[in-house]
Each structure stands twice: as structure tokens, then as C-alpha cells.
Design a protein around this ligand. Structure first.
Ligand code: NAD
Length: 248
């Protein structure tokens, strides 16, 4: 029980890596508030979790992550429900594939709004609670593309480079309040997006990865558990790759 008596928030917790993080945090003894983009998907995720684990201490909300006031209200609701907030996993994110030649500027901005601005908003709303209670752990979901870039959809790697920048800077700023800030950099991970790819494409990708396969969401979630736990008490500002040593 690495997270016994801890209270965690996971954004984008309704599916994929986020849902795996929610389940892993619950399995390690935490109480969890998961955030999703729509009430229906939040309800579905809560039902699936309760079906597997009826005694899970879990709640769900769907704040608008592009709106600071909505996030601030959600953080206050979690705090009054559970009495504290120890862990924030900023995981919600979208990817992009557009070519620069036909990239609509509004579409570029919407990736930055979710992948970067919402991380800033969530940290800003949660840090005062963590400071007041004597500390906390923040883990941001970055990506391997934050190291290498990618050949299209430039907003996505740009947003994840920014997530690394927020991670490094906020680690330095919040260290004095005992708030640790780290990032997990997943490689290709078997979420809905990857599951929808043709088998031969997944095999081709896997052949380029030294461990010979794509990652599972649960393997990424294990890194979140470690960084959220007191076992990582002297680790802050770290960018932890979980990518089977992928080199692009
Ligand atoms: P996913 O599409 O399965 O899940 C995305 C989550 O983000 C969902 O819970 C969804 O509700 C939430 N979300 C999406 N748009 C939102 C919005 N506008 N407002 C609020 N919530 C919103 O994706 P995933 O693969 O599990 O990705 C999770 C994180 O991991 C993302 O930050 C992604 O960039 C990162 N990542 C994924 C991979 C991969 O291969 N799957 C690799 C590297 C990094």
C-alpha cells in the first residue's frame, strides 16, 4: 500500500493511461477523484471501477479544463469531499497529426489549451491546498515526443516540451513548500488510439523499440505510483521515460 491515506486527482481519468493510473492509485490505498471531459464518460468510468472494486474510494467530476474558474471549483469540491489533496496527476491530453501547410491556427491553439494551459490551471488551483497541508506530489503526463519532436502535428510535441518546462520550473518554485513536481514520458502505449491501428503497423512500430513491444497503460501507471509515493521523497523535476528505450 504505497499510497495509503493519500488523496489523488487524475485528469483524463476516464480511459487509457489515466484510467490505469486511477486503478493503480486505488489499488495502493489512495482515495481518487477522476476528471473527464463529459459527465457520461465519468459515470461510465466510475461504474467500471466500482464493478471491479466495490469498496473503491472514488469520485468523478467533469470540469472544463479550458476554464480556470471551473477547475478551481472542482479542486475545492474534491478538497471538501476528501478533506485534503496529496497528489495531482495532470494526464488529460490530445495529440495532433496536421501538416504545417494546412494547420488551422485555432486547432493548434486548442491543443495548447488542453495540453499546456490546463496543466498550469490545475497546478495553480491545487498548490495552495498542498502548501497549507505541508506538501504534495504533482505528476504531469508528457511524452517521448517531448525529447524528439515528431514529423507532423507540431503542436503536440511543442505542448509536451512545454509540459517538461512547467515540470522543471515548478519543481524549483515549489520545492520550498515540499511540493514535488515530476513528469512521466510514455512511449507508444496500448490505449484506444493504438488498439485501433492495424496489427502490421503495431508490429512495425514494435520492431523499432528495443524491448520489442509497445507499452501497456498499467506499466505507465506504475511510474505514477512511484513518483506519487513517499518512496520518491527526494525526486523532483525529473522526466521519467517509460518507453522501452525508444529512439526516434
Ligand atoms: P486517451 O485519448 O485514451 O485519453 C485521454 C483522456 O483525456 C481521456 O480521459 C479524456 O477524457 C481526456 N480528455 C481529452 N480531451 C479532453 C478535454 N478537452 N477536456 C478534458 N479532458 C479531456 O489518451 P491516452 O493515450 O490515455 O493519453 C493520456 C495522456 O498520455 C495524454 O496526455 C497523452 O498525450 C499522453 N501520452 C499517450 C501516449 C500513447 O501512446 N497513448 C504516449 C505518450 C503520451
Amino acid at each position: 500500500m504505497m499510497l495509503k491515506n493519500k488523496v489523488a486527482i487524475v485528469t483524463g481519468g476516464t480511459r487509457g493511461i489515466g484510467l490505469a493510473v486511477v486503478k493503480a492509485f486505488l489499488a495502493e490505498g489512495a482515495s481518487v477523484a477522476l476528471f473527464g471531459s463529459r459527465p457520461e464518460t465519468v459515470t461510465k468510468a466510475l461504474e467500471a471501477i466500482k464493478a471491479e472494486n466495490p469498496s473503491a474510494s472514488v469520485m468523478g467530476l467533469s470540469p472544463d479544463l479550458s476554464d480556470y474558474a471551473s477547475i478551481e471549483a472542482a479542486m475545492k469540491e474534491v478538497h471538501s469531499h476528501f478533506g485534503k489533496i496529496d497528489i495531482l496527476a495532470n494526464n488529460a491530453g490530445v495529440s495532433a497529426r496536421e501538416s504545417i501547410y494546412d494547420y488551422d491556427p485555432a486547432a493548434f491553439q486548442s491543443v495548447m489549451d488542453l495540453n499546456v494551459n490546463s496543466v498550469f490551471y490545475c497546478v495553480k488551483a491545487v498548490a495552495p491546498f498542498m502548501k497549507e497541508q505541508g506538501g504534495g506530489a504533482i505528476i504531469n503526463t508528457s511524452s517521448m515526443v517531448s525529447l524528439y519532436g515528431q514529423p507532423s502535428g507540431c503542436s503536440y510535441p511543442a505542448s509536451k516540451f512545454a509540459v517538461n518546462g512547467l515540470t522543471k520550473s515548478l519543481a524549483r518554485e515549489l520545492g520550498k513548500d515540499n511540493i514535488r513536481v515530476n513528469a512521466v514520458l510514455p512511449g507508444v502505449t496500448r490505449t484506444d488510439m493504438v488498439a485501433a491501428l492495424p496489427t502490421e503497423m503495431v508490429e512495425r512500430i514494435s520492431a523499432t523499440i528495443p524491448l520489442g513491444r509497445v507499452g501497456e497503460p498499467e506499466e505507465v501507471a506504475n511510474a505514477f505510483v512511484f513518483l506519487a509515493s513517499d518512496k520518491a521523497s527526494y525526486i523532483t523535476g525529473a522526466l521519467l521515460s517509460v518507453d522501452g528505450a525508444t529512439q526516434v
